[in-house]
Design a protein around this ligand. Structure first.
Ligand code: 5GP
Length: 190
């Protein structure tokens, strides 16, 4: 998505540890007209899929998922990160290793909001090693819902997440795939 790539080149900054900072337009301050275009793009890429729910993970996926959901006319559900695991059986649970915080979280989603009749689109801001997405995939599997695919705003193609997800046979649509990045250069895959 050309508009997104141009914005990454203009306003993104590379931080130590392979972290791309895009907090001036995507995940802290949010440029809603850009995110509207992102939502439209996800809709056009998954237009033939009978999506009934958009699933993301807190926190930075939520805003993007909500704007995207307006184009699909479906609810958004988000998996919550928690320290205290509720084991009463009402929750789908999984574990996710956080790329940015280097911690393992328990992640939960209420069983009320996802079941075997649902067709799910996963949405997140970044794909790095794939842990966040794998956690969401786990939850979808546990629920018996159909996974239609995953939409990612920025995939860091030099990390293993993209290959892991695609090798599982899951449809993955990333709007910008970064092939390499350093302090003074950033290149995209075509
Ligand atoms: P993964 O689980 O694929 O290793 O990492 C994805 C998650 O880590 C995303 O939900 C995102 O919040 C965060 N993340 C991974 N890489 C980056 C990055 O380069 N910049 C920012 N801002 N967040 C990232």
């Amino acid at each position: 998505m050309q508009l997104l790539k141009e914005r990454i080149l203009k306003d993104g900054t590379v931080k130590p540890g392979n972290v791309l900072k895009v907090d001036s337009f995507l995940n802290h301050q949010m440029d809603i007209s850009l995110i509207n275009e992102i939502g439209k793009e996800f809709k056009s890429r998954f237009s033939e899929c009978p999506i009934t729910k958009i699933l993301t993970i807190e926190a930075s996926g939520i805003g993007i998922a909500c704007i995207t959901a307006q184009y699909f006319n479906v609810p958004v559900i988000f998996a919550k990160k928690t320290q205290s695991l509720n084991l009463d059986g009402d929750m789908y649970t999984t574990k996710v290793q956080s790329f940015t915080h280097k911690k393992v979280y328990d992640v939960i989603l209420s069983k009320k909001f996802l079941g075997p009749d649902d067709h799910v689109l996963l949405i997140d801001d970044f794909l790095a090693n794939g842990c966040a997405l794998l956690g969401l995939i786990d939850i979808v599997r546990e629920s018996g819902a159909t996974l239609e695919g995953a939409g990612i705003v920025i995939e860091k193609g030099f990390q293993e997440g993209g290959d892991r997800i695609r090798n599982m046979g899951i449809r993955l649509e990333s709007l910008a795939i970064i092939d390499s990045m350093s302090d003074d250069s950033l290149t995209f895959r075509d």
